[in-house]
Design a protein around this ligand. Structure first.
Ligand code: FES
Ligand code: ZN
Ligand code: ZN
Length: 320
């Protein structure tokens, strides 16, 4: 197996490119593919203040590393979700990455700062864990970018993530979500620009990138995400990709090229807080179309119901 670029010994095959790469040229491929995506979709500009949402997993650490390698100045933001050891360990990976490189990592913790964690919040609010988690992440990432005056918020969504979301949206013809399933969402209504520069790389690519760059990341998957439909969409797409290398890439990028425009609307993602905000949330000041934003409403419900043994809940006394 020889590297397509230098003909030296290859360490990885990339079937959708029908090519093998040595360490040096695979790392360069990852950086080049990311730079190409940033340029194609006008995601970032030199001198901008950039914030990356960091989970301690392979994708977020890979994109933080790649952006630094490409010359961007990027701070990180970590949100503690309170999912037991999983969250504790993920925080350690994120902190270690930042510390070793002298980078700034802002942190926030749902339990410490908002009085609930994802497991309790989802139970109390009768939301699936991933739904309560996603809503909390979106709100806290947006807020961190807004309050920190960042120009862009970067997330580590990769090709597998986006293709799986696309498959779910197409299976259910969720046209309003299809209209917003873009690798860059412009800043609007007080929300920062949101960009996904890793959409040309797969999970396997980002895992290999971290391994070859010597980046330690949390390998474990979230323990409460089991049953999330996106995991089964990813598995189905992997089956298709096995027989048809490049199918995932074609599915997602041809959607962007040929179909996304047809669904362009101003509708929000599931659980997002606004369509057309008219006033700030009366509780937290986030841009909002209702009196209280969806996250504050979740927080109120989650902190009103305090779990006790046997899964029952009791009401916390509210001072008059
Ligand atoms: Fe969000 Fe698991 S990381 S539910
Ligand atoms: Zn090479
Ligand atoms: Zn609010």
């Amino acid at each position: 197996m020889k590297c397509r670029v230098c003909r030296g010994p290859a360490v990885i095959d990339v079937r959708r490119h029908n090519a093998n790469f040595c360490k040096q040229h695979f790392l360069r491929l990852c950086r080049d593919q990311t730079a190409k995506t940033i340029k194609q979709f006008s995601m970032l500009s030199e001198g901008e203040r950039i914030l990356v949402a960091v989970s301690g997993g392979k994708d977020s650490l890979a994109i933080w590393d790649i952006l630094i390698e490409l010359g961007y100045e990027v701070d990180g933001f970590y949100l503690g979700l309170g999912i037991g050891d999983y969250s504790d360990t993920s925080a350690e990976y994120a902190q270690r990455f930042a510390k070793e490189r002298g980078l700034t990592l802002h942190t926030k913790d749902l339990l410490r700062d908002h009085g609930f964690d994802v497991p309790n919040g989802s139970r109390a609010a009768k939301r699936a864990p991933c739904s309560a988690c996603g809503l909390s992440k979106r709100h806290c990432f947006d807020e961190a970018a807004r309050l920190g005056a960042y120009d862009a918020l970067v997330t580590g969504h990769n090709l597998d993530d986006e293709a799986a979301v696309l498959m779910g949206n197409v299976l259910h013809w969720q046209t309003e979500y299809l209209g917003r399933q873009l690798p860059v969402l412009a800043a609007q209504h007080g929300f920062p620009r949101k960009v996904k520069p890793l959409v040309r790389l797969t999970e396997r690519d980002t895992a290999a990138y971290c391994l070859l760059r010597g980046l330690d990341y949390l390998v474990d998957e979230c323990p409460i995400a089991a049953g999330n439909k996106h995991l089964s969409y990813k598995a189905a797409l992997n089956d298709i990709e096995r027989d048809s290398p490049g199918a995932k890439h074609a599915f997602y990028f041809r959607f962007l090229d040929q179909a996304a425009d047809r669904f362009a609307t101003a509708q929000p993602e599931d659980g997002a807080e606004v369509v057309a905000p008219v006033s700030p949330c009366t509780n937290c000041g986030a841009p909002c179309s209702n009196e209280v934003c969806a996250f504050c409403s979740l927080t109120m419900r989650a902190t009103e119901a305090v779990p006790i043994e046997m899964g029952a809940t009791r009401r916390r006394k509210v001072s008059p």
